[in-house]
Write a protein that binds this ligand. Structure first.
Ligand code: BES
Ligand code: MN
Ligand code: MN
Length: 464
């Protein structure tokens, strides 16, 4: 694929400019004020896909945001790669913590990205990474070197739980039929330490409401005599973990598959420096489940965390008041064999059960998703391994990721296909945070690696 790589080299600046244009569209899926921008981003991608020579470029409407589909079928006898990505982004809030506006991309050098990084919401998660695939395919088509069929599935609802994509897969099995799913929406260990994600955690996300007295009360007149729902909620939450960091919800660990000692040893060989980790986060110490390393705590172990909590008086000064209500949003990351539905039920039952009579509780589940593991003894994993090796000059390390991409488990269930998670971000790129960025190196390295994957995959499948 020498011609493809030459094409990429001589079109680099344009590729970057095109990405910056895409990043200027504030496609925030969670905020209905941006519904028009969601359509703009979808259509922007479609225009580009048409221009590069993809066929069947289609916008599928859903009850939520549109799904963009396109394909290039070279020959039905060749294997088909389905590229999945998402063009929606997380809300940019809190805006005042950004050094530059989130939808006005700027390129700045950092210690980790001496070649420069693109600062913008969605630069890494996932517009920048999804767009690498469009540009890599552009190069292969332009040079007549596309060695497989390719289908694109770009959704606008990943950051809000992919509610409509499951149904879409069910009702479009033929359209989406493929041999493998390829996704760049995860990270590598470092720019000189390539890795491939071989597992993702699942998710159960709950919202709880605790009610004490029917109205806010004077904290002197009633204080000491009635339940304070904020105090109660704090108690209930802190009792959900013991002093060893174990989650106390009965049955929570029942389905967790224990990872073997040898696999754990292997995992802990991945380059990781606890001092750098603490320094980066300005922490005197880390915290987590006893008996596990930080790498293990953030990948192979389930979690329970409060994501937000509110209630009572939070305005200026001191108002003496007993709140009537308290709220919290709580997420649980799940590991292989745990089921989001089952954990959601265990949480709900437990929360209702431990609530004292002096309060009322209401539990509402939000979106969830199942964990996934991807095998390493498949042609697709080998193709990715080889591609990374060719592009980085080093063998990539298999690692389990801590985040979630719920659609991966659904692809396996509904389409019966495995996924390759060949992401190029860094954990320090601040996805979901202020000042999200994506290395220019990573953007170009991704575009360079992807054609190697196609070539290797086609060759391995031909000899399989
Ligand atoms: N791209 C991330 C997931 C990710 C990031 C996996 C880094 C591994 C490493 C994705 O966009 C995401 O943020 N997913 C959500 C889940 C969703 C249901 C909102 C998450 O993990 O919180
Ligand atoms: Mn993502
Ligand atoms: Mn995300």
């Amino acid at each position: 694929m020498i011609k493809t790589q030459e094409y990429i080299s001589s079109n680099k600046e344009r590729f970057l400019d095109e990405l910056l244009d895409l990043l200027r569209i504030p496609s925030v899926s969670a905020d209905s004020n941006h519904n028009g921008d969601m359509i703009k981003a979808a259509e922007h991608l479609m225009t580009d896909m048409l221009k590069i020579g993809l066929d069947h470029v289609t916008k599928f409407e859903t009850p939520g945001h549109p799904i963009v589909y396109a394909a290039k079928m070279v020959d039905p006898a060749l294997p088909t790669i389905l590229v999945y990505g998402h063009y929606d982004v997380q809300p940019p809030d809190p805006l005042d913590l950004w050094d530059s506006p989130p939808f006005e991309p700027v390129i700045k050098k950092t210690d980790i990205h001496p070649e420069g990084a693109i600062f913008a919401r969605g630069s890494c998660d996932d517009k920048g990474q999804a767009f690498m695939h469009v540009k890599a395919v552009e190069a292969m088509i332009a040079q007549g070197e596309l060695p497989c069929n390719v289908k694109f599935l770009l959704e606008g609802e990943e950051e809000v739980g992919s509610d409509n994509l499951g149904d879409f897969c069910e009702s479009h099995k033929e359209l989406l039929s493929c041999d493998v799913v390829l996704i760049s929406d995860t990270s590598i260990i470092a720019n000189d330490v390539p890795s491939i994600t071989v597992g993702l955690r699942g998710l159960s996300y709950m919202e709880v409401e605790v009610t004490g007295p029917n109205r806010d009360l004077h904290s002197g007149v009633y204080g000491g005599g009635v339940a304070n729902p904020i105090n109660n909620l704090c108690n209930m939450i802190s009792n959900m973990k013991d002093e060893k960091g174990h989650i106390t919800i009965p049955g929570f660990y029942d389905d967790v598959v224990d990872v073997s000692v040898s696999d754990r040893n292997e995992m802990n060989k991945a380059p990781f420096n606890l001092d750098d980790y603490k320094k980066d986060l300005q922490l005197a110490d880390v915290q987590g489940e006893e008996g596990y390393t930080t790498l293990e705590r953030t990948s192979i172990r389930p979690t329970l965390d409060v994501n937000g909590m509110w209630g009572g008086y939070i305005g200026e000064g001191a108002k003496t008041v007993l709140p009537s209500k308290a709220f919290a949003k709580i997420s649980m990351r799940l590991v292989p064999n745990q089921s989001s539905e089952k954990i959601t039920k265990l949480f709900t039952d437990y929360f209702n059960e431990v609530a004292p009579d002096a309060i009322k509780v209401k539990v509402t589940p939000h979106h969830g998703g199942e964990p996934a593991v991807t095998p390493t003894d498949t042609p697709e994993y080998k193709a990715a391994h080889l591609a990374m090796k060719e592009a980085f000059g080093k063998d990539p390390i298999p690692v389990r990721g801590g985040g979630s991409i719920p659609i991966v488990a659904l692809f396996e269930d509904v389409l019966s296909v495995k996924t390759v998670l060949m992401g190029f971000g860094l954990d320090s790129d601040d996805i979901h945070s202020p000042n999200e960025h994506y290395g220019i190196f990573n953007f170009y390295k991704g575009i360079e690696t992807i054609p190697h994957f196609y070539k290797n995959y086609a060759a391995l499948k031909a000899h399989a």
